[in-house]
Ligand binder design. Structure first.
Ligand code: SF4
Length: 162
């Protein structure tokens, strides 16, 4: 897996102060994507031990609410194994930190991934220019959903994050 950046003390990509991992690779090709530099699965730099240590050091700060996996698409087919292993390790190391995932896939396409029960919020769906609304919370276009993962899995239907 490759990545572009680790953002620290981020307030724009989920609840509270967060650490954001910007993963390389996205195949959705949304018109007027905010971050096309992240589309190339071979772009960015390797997510190596040093990057992992940087991420975990940030997450160890008591004022950090959790981690957000964004990109690019952390659920790009080529990223799924490694992002799943990383999410599992973060959950085991920091059980009190919440995990948000941004993806261009729909909930229905990714809800059965084995690591999904470890996530707390999934922001799903492609960015659709015609439905763009800058007033929306945590998402760029009205079609996207900010989904409460645990409640959605438990109830077998999409429950939105309050
Ligand atoms: S899913 Fe996100 S990163 Fe991928 S093309 Fe769409 S807006 Fe860009």
């Amino acid at each position: 897996m490759r990545y572009h950046n680790i953002t620290k003390d981020d307030m724009l990509n989920g609840d509270g102060l967060r650490t954001v991992l910007w993963v390389a690779g996205c195949s959705h090709g949304c018109k007027n994507c905010h971050n096309p530099i992240t589309w190339d699965i071979c772009g960015g730099i390797p997510f190596d031990d040093a990057a992992r240590e940087e991420l975990f050091a940030e997450l160890s700060q008591p004022y950090i609410s959790g981690v957000t996996m964004s990109g690019g698409d952390p659920l790009h087919m080529a990223n799924r194994d490694e992002i799943g292993a990383l999410i599992k390790e973060i959950h085991e190391t920091f059980p009190d930190k919440n995990i948000w995932i941004y993806t261009g896939y729909l909930w229905e396409e990714v809800k059965d991934l084995p690591f999904m029960p470890l996530a707390d919020v999934l922001v799903d769906g492609p960015f659709i220019e015609e439905q763009k609304d800058t007033a929306l919370h945590w998402k760029g276009s009205a079609n996207q959903r900010v989904i409460d993962v645990k409640r959605s899995l438990a109830e077998g239907r999409v429950v939105l994050h309050a």
